[in-house]
Design a protein around this ligand. Structure first.
Ligand SMILES: Nc1nc2c(c(=O)[nH]1)N[C@H]1C(S)=C(S)[C@@H](COP(=O)(O)OP(=O)(O)OC[C@H]3O[C@@H](n4cnc5c(=O)[nH]c(N)nc54)[C@H](O)[C@@H]3O)O[C@H]1N2
Ligand SMILES: Nc1nc2c(c(=O)[nH]1)N[C@H]1C(S)=C(S)[C@@H](COP(=O)(O)OP(=O)(O)OC[C@H]3O[C@@H](n4cnc5c(=O)[nH]c(N)nc54)[C@H](O)[C@@H]3O)O[C@H]1N2
Ligand code: SF4
Ligand SMILES: [Mo]
Length: 730
């Protein structure tokens, strides 16, 4: 077989970097950044470059595995696995109903539209509310606000980063994460571009993150952003700095509700909570409101807090109240390549709070339920108790708050099927581990990112290499199980009905159809310049469709019936009251936040030798003042204690943390079937978080993992230390 170079993009994170894959003997042997990619222009990070090593990982699952009563996993044929899984599901469904079966879709479905929609489709076909995604420990509060304010969950305005003069960043670290819910390939260039043009970037973060260090850092006490935001808004209203014209034009109530809601939250009343002096808050409010082109942007620092929906609401309100919504250099609406907003709207799938979850009464978000409830859905008897679960491209046993409780609950399931490329901690509880494929081994479509990409962008790329012979695409696996159960897996009722007549569309056919009927589509030849799948695949680098995102398009973009933004949200007032009442826990005085690292993605990639070179250990960052108070030095083993549990980790005393806050990388402390990851040591962050419903974001059920109350003390047993990386490794 000749050596070939094939173009695609990397979908490991939202950076969407164009890559060139060298294929030799049917295997990916090298990946390099694609200089000709219109948006990423020759950038890719070490994770994307490591794709061949990820694909060739010696621990990779390459054939279906079944658990024996002895606990060992043994290889089985696909037919045997699928038949047995379907038989066992059939027994459960016949006895307890379709609502006793569920799915969990993880972060690795980001570039995997087929996997994501087939998961959602199986739940819809079963009539099951047990449709869980990692988005519920991530961004479900963004979707909730999309629905409340703009009439559609998938509407998420983004900062017009290339034209703004003031970017206010709440809890995001794009220099490491490569940006999230704002797809800006070469993120660093776009963020630093603001300053190069003479503008300002202020980063609000309890940690002097890589991004905070590159710009103006404003330290805050973790999980108190909503009080800062309320005070910024209060100052803006009280100082007559609100853009009243814009408010009257764009919103239903001219901003009166929010003005009243924040009225009592003067900077003086919140400074003791946020740790930010009132004078600083006033100056920031003034600067933000008087810069003609300004935008506020935030990510996991706020959405993984205890009141993420309120935080996103207040952040959007900052943009709206200052007249920056839908204006050049402000907070603008993206454009999807495939118009999933329209399609989900027409299909009745663009929902929020149309039903509540059984055990916790959380509102559904886009038809999904929160992962923090999963453990209780498994253990709470009654109609709708979760008895069987398929986990697709996620590792909830580590990623979901309250890992300890969830791990115990997963063992109670009658059937757990894990579709992954590795034997993860979740796979450790599974009856079946089925081998999925990697992004370069299937066709990829940035279905989720498309609507918040910095420019309208056409992208859908074919696979570049065949997967190992025993591996199967995730949608195919779900489809095969459904076929055996007589189900058509689609969240779209029309497609389900079509399937029931015998015409089962593949993901490619379904999304080709969606593309062709989208505004950019070819309407089956009626718009000869329009797009279809074939044309997209002929342009695997992607095509910039417009140089800029449009502005002054509010009425076209909104899905609210009156075409105005609904800032009047009484639930927000209740949330602000709830949050304001949160007291500082004297026994657990330090707020714990997560640290994301360049060479891991959430809980995986610690098994890739190439990414584990150098001094890679999990270390707890602690400010010198807090370290001294606890008698801790760098290199000491320390105990972190929360209301939920304790873990032991190594300390790193560093001024990168603002006093009162500690920072720990998540996704360490492995004990699955991945040898190098296990040998990397460390402890699971989410043993400190809880699944208790009342601690999470009430309006979306989104998990609370940032700003958790903790205490740190020196480990009493001297000599304890984390094992070095290669000890006991392969
Ligand atoms: N404490 C704490 N917890 C957090 C976070 C935090 O910051 N702190 N972050 C949260 C966020 S933002 C997220 S998104 C979630 C992530 O939560 P999860 O999605 O549960 O975790 P990941 O580690 O991303 O799991 C991805 C899994 O997919 C597998 N995989 C990778 N590529 C493929 C593929 O192509 N096909 C298949 N089938 N499998 C694949 C990997 O081996 C891995 O097991 O975690 C959340 N949890
Ligand atoms: N290298 C790498 N890239 C990734 C990932 C990865 O694991 N590794 N994961 C991907 C995923 S799934 C996602 S969702 C994105 C996330 O993308 P980002 O949100 O940009 O990444 P985080 O590192 O979670 O950034 C959150 C920041 O908020 C800060 N923070 C924590 N608590 C608070 C708080 O209470 N208030 C404020 N103001 N700040 C706070 C943290 O210190 C951190 O700097 O990254 C993606 N990209
Ligand atoms: S930045 Fe994200 S998309 Fe780009 S190569 Fe790295 S992991 Fe892949
Ligand atoms: Mo995420």
């Amino acid at each position: 077989m000749p050596t070939q170079e094939k173009i695609t993009y990397c979908g490991i994170c939202e950076g969407q970097c164009g890559i060139v894959v060298t294929v030799e003997g049917g295997k990916a042997v090298k990946v390099r950044p694609d200089k000709n990619s219109p948006l990423s222009k020759g950038f890719a990070c070490p994770k994307g470059i490591a794709y061949p090593s990820i694909a060739a990982d010696p621990d990779r699952v390459v054939e279906p595995l079944r658990r024996l009563p002895s606990g060992n996993l043994v290889p089985v044929t696909w037919d045997d696995a699928l038949d047995d899984i379907a038989d066992r599901l059939r027994t459960i469904i016949d006895r307890d109903g379709g609502d006793s079966v569920g799915l969990f879709g993880g972060h690795a479905l980001l570039d995997n539209y087929s996997g994501f929609f087939w998961d959602a489709g199986m739940c819809a076909a079963l009539g099951s509310p047990h449709n869980y995604t990692s988005s519920s420990v991530d961004i479900n509060n963004y979707w909730a606000i999309g629905s409340m304010l703009y009439g559609h969950p998938l509407i998420n305005p983004i900062p017009d980063i290339d034209r703004t003069d003031f970017l206010l960043v709440f809890g995001a670290n794009p220099l490491i994460s490569h940006s999230s819910m704002l797809t800006a390939p070469r993120a660093r260039d776009h963020f630093t571009g603001v300053v190069r043009r003479g503008g300002r970037v202020v980063v609000i973060d309890p940690r002097r993150s890589e991004t905070a260090a590159a710009f103006d850092w404003l330290p805050i006490r973790a999980d108190e952003d909503v009080l800062l935001m309320a005070s910024l808004l209060q100052t803006i209203f009280a100082g007559g700095l609100a853009d009243q014209d814009a408010l009257e034009r764009q919103t239903t109530d001219g901003g009166r509700f929010i003005r009243d809601m924040v009225g009592g939250h003067t900077p003086e009343s919140t400074e003791h909570r946020t740790g930010i002096p009132a004078a600083t808050i006033r100056a920031l409010a003034h600067d933000f409101a008087t810069t003609p082109r300004a935008a506020a942007y935030g990510r996991c620092g706020i959405s993984l807090g205890s009141a993420g929906t309120l935080a996103k609401y207040l952040m959007d309100a900052l943009n709206i109240v200052t007249g920056n919504l839908d204006r050049v250099g402000g907070y603008v609406f993206g454009e999807e390549f495939i118009d999933l907003q329209l399609i989900t709207h027409l299909a009745g799938a663009a929902t929020y709070d149309t039903w509540r979850t059984r055990v916790d009464g959380f509102p559904e978000v886009l038809g999904t339920a929160p992962a923090v409830s999963m453990a209780r859905e498994i253990t709470t008897p009654g109609k709708g108790q979760l008895k069987a679960l398929i986990v697709n491209a996620g590792n909830p046993a580590m990623s979901v708050p309250g890992s300890g409780e969830l791990g115990r609950a997963l063992q109670q399931l009658e059937l757990l099927v894990v579709l992954d490329v590795q034997q993860t901690e979740t796979a450790g509880y599974a009856d079946y581990v089925l081998p999925g494929v990697l992004g370069i081994e299937r066709d990829c479509l940035p279905w989720l990112n498309s609507g918040h990409t910095i420019k309208p962008f056409a992208l859908w790329a074919d696979k570049t290499v065949e997967p190992p012979p025993g591996c199967r695409e995730e949608w195919w696996v779900v489809d095969q199980i459904c076929e055996r159960l007589g189900l058509v897996p689609s969240p779209f009722p029309l497609i389900r009905e079509l399937g029931e007549t015998g015409l089962r569309l593949t993901p490619q056919q379904t999304f080709d159809l969606f593309l062709r009927i989208s505004p950019r589509g070819d309407l089956f030849g009626q718009r000869p310049d329009g797009w279809n799948r074939e044309k997209a695949w002929q342009n695997p680098q992607g095509v910039i469709l417009e140089d800029e995102l449009p502005t002054d398009v509010l009425r076209e973009k909104l899905y609210t019936p009156d075409k105005r933004v609904h800032l009047e949200q009484p639930k927000m007032r209740d949330e602000l009251v709830r949050h304001t009442a949160r007291s500082v826990n004297g026994d657990l005085p330090l707020r714990l936040v997560s640290v994301r690292e360049l060479r891991t993605c959430n809980t995986y990639l610690l098994n890739v030798e190439k990414l584990m070179t150098g001094d890679r250990r999990q270390r707890l960052r602690i400010n010198p003042v807090d370290a001294e108070a606890a008698g801790i030095n760098s290199g000491d083993m320390v105990t972190i204690r929360s209301a939920e549990g304790e873990i032991e980790v190594e300390a790193l005393v560093s001024e990168e943390m603002a006093a009162g806050n500690i920072g720990l990388p998540q996704g360490w402390g492995h004990n699955g079937g991945w040898r190098l990851a296990n040998a990397a040591g460390g402890a699971n962050y989410n043993l400190l978080t809880t699944s208790a419903a009342e601690t999470h974001d009430q309006l979306s059920g989104n998990g609370h993992v940032n700003g958790v109350d903790t205490a740190v003390s020196a480990v009493r047993t001297p000599g304890a230390r984390v094992p070095a990386l290669h000890e006991g490794g392969r």
